[in-house]
Design a protein around this ligand. Structure first.
Ligand SMILES: CC(=O)[C@@H](O)[C@H](O)COP(=O)(O)O
Ligand SMILES: NCC(=O)COP(=O)(O)O
Length: 247
């Protein structure tokens, strides 16, 4: 079981691309954001190539693959199109996520328990290209145990419900759900990451959970970068999570 207080920051640059796609321009370039994030202390860069291409494009992933100094965490839906693309680019990390076209953002985690054979086939296939596969799931014991059974070495616990909690009781309950999920993940021998909706005002309690390997954060960083610049936004977040993890 890992209980070290070392914690990594994966910077998700999807929403730099959202701004670009809003006008169909060449700017702002998520590749530039990724390089700035690395200079500011990001331990990895996360991109989600959605089926509807609402933000990140194939071009972004291909360029990033060549220029990143750290490592890419490639988020993808479990579709044949994405499987083939992942086999082409062979990212260091792949995170399988649920995806629907109508959603505003990723709602809930992947139902691994409900489709073990399908997810196992995807994990097996992507492991063969040398990628470390993680599954983006709710902090639910049933889903975590299923993730171990399908052979994924890692999970990413969806922190959206915690981030969206509005009452103090709800915040405490959702945080406890994540704490319990981390414990179950470690018990099952998995690498445990977390992310979605994390922000400067809510990240410390999650970063303080012993045993979390990495936090993936995007939307809040891009929003804050408008006012302090991308490097500043990443550096501020990195300092917050390192301090919380050490406390
Ligand atoms: C899987 C996940 O939590 C992130 O990739 C998130 O999906 C960011 O992108 P969207 O806002 O498009 O959902
Ligand atoms: N997997 C979560 C992620 O990459 C970032 O999500 P968000 O911070 O943009 O909500």
């Amino acid at each position: 079981m890992t209980t070290s207080n070392r914690i990594l920051l994966g910077v998700n640059i999807d929403h730099v691309a959202t701004l670009r796609q809003a006008r169909g321009t060449r700017y702002p370039d998520p590749v530039k954001a990724a390089l700035d994030a690395e200079e500011a202390g990001a331990d990895g860069i996360t991109v989600h190539l959605r089926e509807d291409r609402r933000h990140i494009q194939e071009r972004d992933v291909l360029v990033l693959k060549d220029v990143l100094q750290t490592r890419m965490n490639f988020e993808m839906g479990v579709t044949e199109e994405m499987m083939a693309f992942a086999e082409r680019i062979r990212p260091a990390h792949i995170c399988l996520v649920p995806e629907t076209r109508q959603e505003l953002t990723t709602e809930g985690g992947l139902d691994v328990a409900g489709q073990e054979a399908r997810i196992k086939a995807a994990v097996d296939r992507l492991s063969q290209i040398g990628s470390e596969v993680s599954l983006f799931i709710d902090a639910d014991e049933r889903q975590i145990e299923a993730s171990r059974r399908v052979g994924a070495p890692a999970i990413e616990l969806h922190t959206g419900r915690y981030a969206d909690a509005t009452t103090p009781t709800e915040v405490v309950d959702e945080l406890q759900r994540i704490i319990d999920g981390v414990a179950v993940g470690l018990r099952e021998g998995l690498i445990v990451n977390a992310g979605h909706g994390l922000h400067y005002h809510n990240v410390e309690a999650v970063a303080a959970i012993k045993g979390i390997n990495e936090l993936n954060i995007g939307h809040a960083l891009v929003a804050h970068a408008l006012f302090v610049g991308f490097k500043g936004a990443v550096a501020e977040m990195k300092a917050l999570i390192l301090a919380a993890a050490k406390a």
